[in-house]
Ligand binder design. Structure first.
Ligand SMILES: Nc1nc2c(ncn2[C@@H]2O[C@H](COP(=O)(O)OP(=O)(O)OP(=O)(O)O)[C@@H](O)[C@H]2O)c(=O)[nH]1
Ligand SMILES: [Mg+2]
Length: 414
């Protein structure tokens, strides 16, 4: 049953925050202007959003990397940078999102409109105007923008058929699905070749839908003949039925007769199936013996009529999806961990992880004394020193935070 589960890997990246500006006011009559560097804009967030009109995860195979826009830098005269635009990525209803490495379920986007923050954008850096204080009259540093979150996700989706192909055995259902999707079911010139349903994803213009090629239906199927109930169950869940009438049936059965029997079986199994949107076509037009059939004729072999067929199916799928009531929505949301962690990277080397700590060291000029004191206080307040001590750091060890490498002294970092 593995073909019924669609999987994809997705790399999402929030936009980076813009850098804060380091600038001082210049005015003719003011000899020494104050700091006026504006803040950087925040980076855009990446969201996943369930959308019923998306049927599969195929789009992520073509484009696995998705990134939101970055914020722009701040500038003088307290001008702030512009925020990056958030990116919304549409996924099918029922998509389960897992952490790529641990496999942990992060979100379950059940119903249309459910959304989940997949990668937060970075905060914009603060401009030097923000660091003005009584002690610090001329701050010569500003914050850099924070990087957006960058992570790999694994998406999983249990495929549900939008469209079911219904027809007598040997009518050409499997040949049709292989002509309109990437599915490659077994095809042979004898009845009952297909024993279990095959699913294929059809992409046609901006549409995407899942088609089920199911075993052939025969007279008496509703009472269990042939493969009977097994596949009628699959038909039951499809939004649109495509009735395939064999125009070159070996037994010479006319298309009208086939249609009568097929609809009779569907109705006998479940009357509501006759209310379902349906498209009726004649198959094998290239070798038709019933040349007087006046409905749409297609040939999976020559591709005659396939575009017209998809043009009939697509809007019916869209309409059926739109008319369905929304399911109860709930999404599992795991807020990103903002804590501080310390991991050993060598005998005398450590790495501090955590966005807040990484943010604290991201200032434009750490050789500036004011900046160093500011960072020192931030790290203390965040509990980084305590976490290091608990981890077993000793005097002289190297401590890495973000892009920065510091020496640990018992009287503090830096
Ligand atoms: N010439 C021609 N032959 C076709 C066409 N479509 C299907 N066939 C042939 O018809 C036979 C049956 O095709 P399948 O696609 O296996 O039919 P099916 O409806 O899936 O049959 P079951 O799985 O047994 O229900 C095969 O020999 C196909 O090659 C067509 O458009 N033109
Ligand atoms: Mg088949």
């Amino acid at each position: 049953m593995s073909q019924f589960v669609d999987e994809a890997q997705l790399n999402v990246r929030g936009g980076d925050g813009g850098a804060g500006a380091m600038s001082f006011r210049r005015e003719a009559h003011v000899p020494k202007g104050g700091p006026d560097g504006g803040d950087g804009g925040r980076g855009g967030d990446v969201w996943l959003r369930a959308n019923r009109q998306v049927a599969s995860l195929l789009a992520f195979r073509d484009h696995p990397h998705r990134r939101a826009e970055s914020g722009t830098h701040g500038s003088g005269a307290k001008r702030h940078g512009r925020a990056g635009v958030d990116l919304y990525i549409d996924v099918p209803e029922g998509t389960i999102v897992r952490d790529h490495e641990t496999g942990e379920v992060l979100a379950d986007l059940v119903a249309a409109g459910d959304r989940w923050l997949a990668a937060a954008g970075g905060r914009g850096g603060r401009g030097n105007a923000r660091f003005l204080s009584n002690r610090r009259r001329a701050p010569h540093f500003a914050e850099q923008g924070e990087y957006g979150v960058d992570r790999w996700l694994r998406l999983e989706l249990k495929l549900m058929a939008d469209v079911a192909l219904v027809g007598f055995p040997n009518a050409g259902k499997s040949t049709l699905i292989s002509a309109i999707s990437a599915a490659r079911p077994k095809i042979a010139d004898y009845p009952f070749t297909t024993l279990v349903p095959n699913l294929g994803v059809v992409r046609w213009h901006e549409h995407e839908f899942v088609v089920a090629d199911i075993p052939g239906l025969i007279e008496g199927a509703a009472v269990g003949k042939g493969l009977g109930h097994q596949f009628l169950r699959h038909v039951e869940r499809a939004r649109v039925l495509v009735i395939l009438l064999d125009l070159a049936a070996i037994d010479g059965r006319s298309p009208e007769d086939q249609e009568r029997v097929l609809l009779g079986e569907l109705g006998a199994y479940e009357p509501a199936l006759l209310e379902r949107a349906r498209v009726v076509v004649g198959s094998k037009a290239d070798i038709a013996t019933h040349t007087d059939y006046d409905g749409l004729r297609i040939s999976a072999a020559t591709r005659q009529g396939l575009d017209e067929l998809l043009a009939l199916i697509a809007p019916r799928v869209v309409e059926a999806r739109l008319s369905e009531p929304d399911a109860e929505t709930y999404a599992v949301l795991r807020p990103a961990d903002e804590g501080i962690s310390v991991v050993r990277e060598g005998e005398h080397a450590w790495r501090v992880r955590g966005r807040a700590a990484e943010r604290a060291v991201a200032v434009s000029d750490l050789t500036d004394d004011d900046a160093a004191v500011y960072v020192q206080h931030r790290l203390e307040r965040l509990g980084v020193d305590r976490a290091l001590v608990r981890a077993g750091v000793i005097d002289g060890d190297v401590v890495r935070i973000g892009d920065l490498e510091l020496d640990y002294r018992e009287d503090g970092l830096l």
